[in-house]
Each structure stands twice: as C-alpha cells, then as structure tokens.
Design a protein around this ligand. Structure first.
Ligand SMILES: *Cc1c(COP(=O)(O)O)cnc(C)c1O
Length: 379
C-alpha cells in the first residue's frame, strides 16, 4: 500500500464487528470478560481501547514502525519516551527543541536524576563529543522550531548505532508525509499530533512509534503505568484528521512555496528561514530525507520595521500560537512561543527579537499574498 492509501486504509480502518467504515468511538471505561483472568483483548480503558488501538496501528503503519502509542498530548508522549531511561542515564538533546520539551527536561526530568547535554545536532562532531559512558540516547527535531534547521537523521542514527544508543526524533514539523525517521535509522518517533496530524486546531494529542520490539514492550508498560492516554473521542477525531493529511500537505506546500517566492522578492524581508530555500544550510539534506519542505516559513523584517505592527495588521492570517492547522497562523517567537527562554540564550540560539514564524494554512494562496501585501504596506 502506498502512503496516501495507508492514510485511509492503514491501521485498523474498519470496525470488525459491524463493518462501519469509520471506527466507532468506544466510549467505555471497562469491558466484559468471559473468564476470570482469561487474558481478554479489552479489559480496562487505560490499558487499551479499540478506538485508540485503531489510531495506534495507523500511526505505526504511517511511520513504518512496529507499534504506536497515543497520549493525551505531545508532551505526554515525550514524557513517556524519556521514562524509558533511569536516574544516572545521560541523553544528548538538540539545542533547538520545542520549548516545552526543554522545560520538561530542565525543570522536571533533571530532578529525577536524568542527565542531559544540549548540542546543535547539525554538528555531527559536537554530537559525538557530547557522548559519555552513561549516554543512552540522542533526541532531536528536524526541521526545528522556529528556525527550520535540518539535521541529517541517517548520520545521527549511524553515530547512535556505533555507541549503542537510541535515536529519538520529534517528527511533528515534517509529518510522516514528508519524512520517516525510522526508515532513516531512528528507533523512536514522537509527534505532537495536535499540529499537522490532527490538522484542524481542534484537539491536543501525542503519538510515539518504534520499530524495536523491546522498546515497544517498555512503552506499552509505561503508557499504562503513567496513564496519560488519549481518550476515545480525541482518538477518533485524530484518525479522521489523519485521513486527509496528504491532501492538506499538498496545499500547505504549494502555499508556502508561493509565500517563499514572494518573500524572496520583497525588499522589506531581510532573511528567510525555509528548508526549501536553496541557499539554506539544510537544503541538500532536506531534499534527501524529506519529500516536501513543509508548511512553516520564518522570516525577519528589515531593521526599523515593526514586526508587532506587521502581524497585528493581518486580516486573514491569524495572530496565534500553534501550527499545522487549516488556518494560517502567525506569531513572534521572542514574544510568544519562545518568551520563556532567557533573552541571551534565545539570541545565542539565533532567535532574534524581529523573527516572525508563519504556519501557512489552506486558504487560497492569492488571498494569503494579498493579506501579507496589505500588511507590508502598513509598515
Ligand atoms: C507542540 C509541540 C510539542 C508539544 O506537543 P503538545 O501536543 O502541545 O503537548 C512537541 N514538539 C513539537 C515540535 C511541537 O511543535
């Protein structure tokens, strides 16, 4: 089955007991058992639910993994994955990971004795130099948020294999439509399914997938033990969203390319961050490991132009956090999504005060260009 067909017919796409072509929402916390301790397939809603199981099988198929797990949020999925490790274990983490992931590491997991070294994962020798005797994993995002930096997953996975580490990739920005980290050698993929997979800005969910049977057993145990599972209603809504991923990504790509072309001709734009920019650091790697460049573009205005006034003057493009929805969303990372990072660290990581991040939606491309043009005329 090819990818676009898998979106519709992958995983468990029909209800075996009724033939319903949309998996029903099994809103039941417990299930009747024929025998005492008889190993029934369904026992209790935290341990397993048929609606959630259909989604979990689907994401495993889409990421070419053996087992998938659905969580109450991307952060919950990431927490469960980090729970594979124990006090005294060390993990190498990308320096441009999602702010909430950094907060989880820095303010929660460190208190439980997990050790971390933060490095620019684009720099393979920096990654290798950060590996210690107690290192267990390399954790990264590509493309990153908001600078769309690209790391070579295959090369990182080679380093991991050499030192017998796990490679963990947050694939939220690329989606399995554009990139399959497990095929490139990673061991675990995590998603904030809140973004492109759900696609409609109407739910919060997380997913994890692995192709390692031992990791799969441990994740199943952790998912049930920690208990931050996705409920049946949101599992259904997420599976419904995933069915249209290919159709949506094609328009995300088309509109983003259109806006990139417009920005590259616009003398009020000082700098563009987009993996599809042939002059960008990661272009060749992105072309190799991704099927498309995604729907996010970041940019800086020329000196003296007010980014706040620019984003507040837009009429169609929504001033809001989050990304990956049908509606175009724009924000200023320094003042919004990344405001919790101290300014000096933020600047060191390359996130300037005037940086703007745009998640390009599915509106008519010309309407988006016209909206940007009228906003540029105000500054
Ligand atoms: C949003 C996001 C997360 C966190 O996911 P939630 O669903 O908000 O908990 C993790 N990683 C990336 C790249 C994200 O964009």
């Amino acid at each position: 089955m090819k990818f676009n067909t898998k979106l519709i017919h992958g995983g468990i796409s029909e209800d075996s007991s009724t033939g319903a072509v949309s998996i029903p929402i099994y809103r039941s916390s417990t299930f009747h058992q024929n025998k005492v301790a008889g190993n029934a397939k369904w026992e209790y809603g935290r341990s397993g639910n048929p609606t959630r199981a259909a989604l979990e099988k689907l994401i495993a198929d889409l990421e070419e993994g053996k087992a998938g797990f659905a969580f109450a949020s991307g952060s919950a999925a990431i927490h469960a994955v980090f729970s594979l490790f124990s006090s005294g274990d060390h993990i190498v983490v990308g320096d441009d990971v999602y702010g909430g992931t950094f907060r989880l590491i820095d303010q929660v997991l460190k208190r439980f004795g997990l050790e971390f070294t933060v490095v620019d994962t684009r720099d393979l020798s920096a990654v290798e130099n950060a590996i210690q005797k107690n290192t267990r994993a390399i954790y990264l995002e590509t493309p990153t948020n908001p600078l769309l930096r690209i790391t070579d997953i295959k090369k990182i996975a080679e380093i991991s294999k050499h030192y017998q580490l796990h490679t963990i990739v947050d694939n939220t920005f690329a989606t399995p439509y554009n990139q399959n980290p497990l095929v490139l050698g990673a061991d675990i993929v995590v998603h904030s399914a809140t973004k492109y997979l759900a696609g409609h800005s109407d739910l919060v969910a997380g997913l994890a997938v692995t192709n390692d049977p031992e990791v799969a057993d441990k994740l199943a145990f952790l998912q049930n033990s920690i208990g931050s599972v996705l409920g049946p209603d949101d599992s259904w809504l997420l599976q419904r969203g995933i069915k249209t991923l290919a159709a949506r990504m094609e328009i995300h790509h088309k509109n983003t390319q259109l806006i990139y072309d417009y920005f590259s001709r616009n003398d009020k734009v000082a700098r563009i961050y987009y993996p599809g920019d042939p002059a960008s650091q990661g272009y060749e790697i992105a072309k190799r490991q991704m099927c498309g460049f995604g729907g996010i573009i970041s940019f800086e205005l020329e000196k003296g132009l007010d980014p706040k006034k620019f984003v507040e003057s837009l009429r169609i493009i929504d001033l809001a956090e989050s990304l990956g929805g049908v509606e175009s969303l724009i924000e200023i990372p320094a003042l919004m999504t990344h405001a919790s990072i101290p300014r000096d660290i933020r600047l060191k990581n390359g996130i300037k005060d005037e940086l703007i991040r745009l998640s390009v939606g599915l509106e008519d491309g010309q309407d988006l260009l016209d909206d940007l043009k009228q906003s540029f005329s105000k500054i």
